[in-house]
Design a protein. Structure first.
Length: 329
């Protein structure tokens, strides 16, 4: 989700919705774009980036196309030797993520490649680009469980011969499975493929700030997101659970009652948690400091409210794929 919008990549095209009120803003069918496997909005303007592939592709999986909704066609293309696994955009940069490489481009004015960075095998295309003033991109490092941080505002990154290496955080013992950067580019939350805890790091000082316990059993985290002011953090787990943590008033997070587990006492447990759709993959993001939105793979959207005491209740439920009506971005 981005600025109150979300997109859905489908085998028969692409849809973009407004969250509140829930309205379909754009609908590109199979004849227009074919199957789409990745998309990234450039704020709420008429441009967005897409990658083809899937069951009925019209465009190649190894190219990022910039689609102009006013002209109703692609206006720019970035091609690569391998499939593109994810894309990130902001007003002045585009990042294309391949399995072992990250490519950074100036964008959309005078587009050109600025530089490329090698990574360890990154099959999920993990990468984050800060949307705020601080121009930071983060991605998996060469060592297992490590995260590398580039401040793109520094001039040495425009000079490949500078010999400068990215800052590095050794976040986990296992492979990275999910991470998220806050709006200001000052914090990152990371999770490994074990999926039992989330660590929150200061990107300037490269130090650990919080360790948040999701559970005892291994799980797959599908999304992590900060609130706008970075006071709260939410995550979604593969069994359909949403967990909410308070990063500012940490005593509101639940303490462990399992004292005999020793080290688990050091972790903070969620302020609130609830099940959206059992056993269904979903992603979540904050709508406000007291509500979250969850988008599920079954085509449903849920809005939940929560309190500092840990109570939660569902505010609304809709099947977004049943909603049609192009009103423009």
């Amino acid at each position: 989700m981005f600025k109150g919008c979300f997109y859905v990549c489908l085998n028969d095209g692409l849809r973009i919705y407004n969250v509140e009120p829930l309205v379909e803003k754009m609908h590109l069918d199979n004849a227009s774009v074919g199957s789409i496997v990745h998309c990234e909005m450039v704020y709420r303007c008429n441009l967005f980036a897409i990658v083809g592939g899937g069951q009925q592709p019209k465009y190649a999986s190894n190219a990022v196309l910039i689609y102009d909704d006013i002209r109703k066609r692609p206006v720019l293309e970035f091609a690569f030797a391998q499939p593109v696994l994810s894309i990130k955009c902001r007003r002045d940069r585009l990042v294309a993520v391949l399995k072992t490489e990250v490519h950074i481009f100036s964008f959309p004015n005078h587009p050109k490649k600025l530089f490329s960075v090698s990574t360890r095998s990154n099959p999920h295309g993990l990468c984050e680009l800060s949307p705020g003033i601080k121009n930071v991109v983060v991605f998996p490092g060469l060592q297992v469980g490590s995260v590398e941080i580039l401040d793109l505002s520094k001039p040495e990154w425009s000079d490949p011969s500078s010999g400068k290496t990215p800052a590095n955080i050794h976040a986990h013992q296992g492979e990275l499975a999910c991470f998220s950067i806050n709006n200001s580019g000052s914090l990152i939350a990371t999770a490994s493929d074990k999926g039992t805890l989330i660590r929150v790091w200061d990107l300037l000082k490269l130090v650990l700030l919080n360790e948040l316990r999701v559970g005892f059993s291994s799980a797959i985290l599908h999304s992590i997101n900060f609130s706008v002011n970075s006071d709260l953090l939410c995550c979604s787990v593969d069994v359909g659970n949403i967990h909410i943590f308070d990063l500012k008033t940490t005593h509101l997070n639940r303490p462990s009652t399992w004292g005999f587990f020793g080290k688990y006492m050091e972790s903070q447990w969620a302020l609130a948690n609830f099940t959206v759709t059992p056993e269904c993959v979903c992603i979540c993001a904050f709508e406000s400091d007291s509500s979250v939105v969850a988008l599920c793979k079954d085509g449903t959207i849920h809005r939940y409210a929560f309190t500092s005491g840990g109570e939660s209740r569902r505010l609304s439920f809709d099947a977004f794929l049943d909603i049609c009506g192009d009103e423009g971005l």
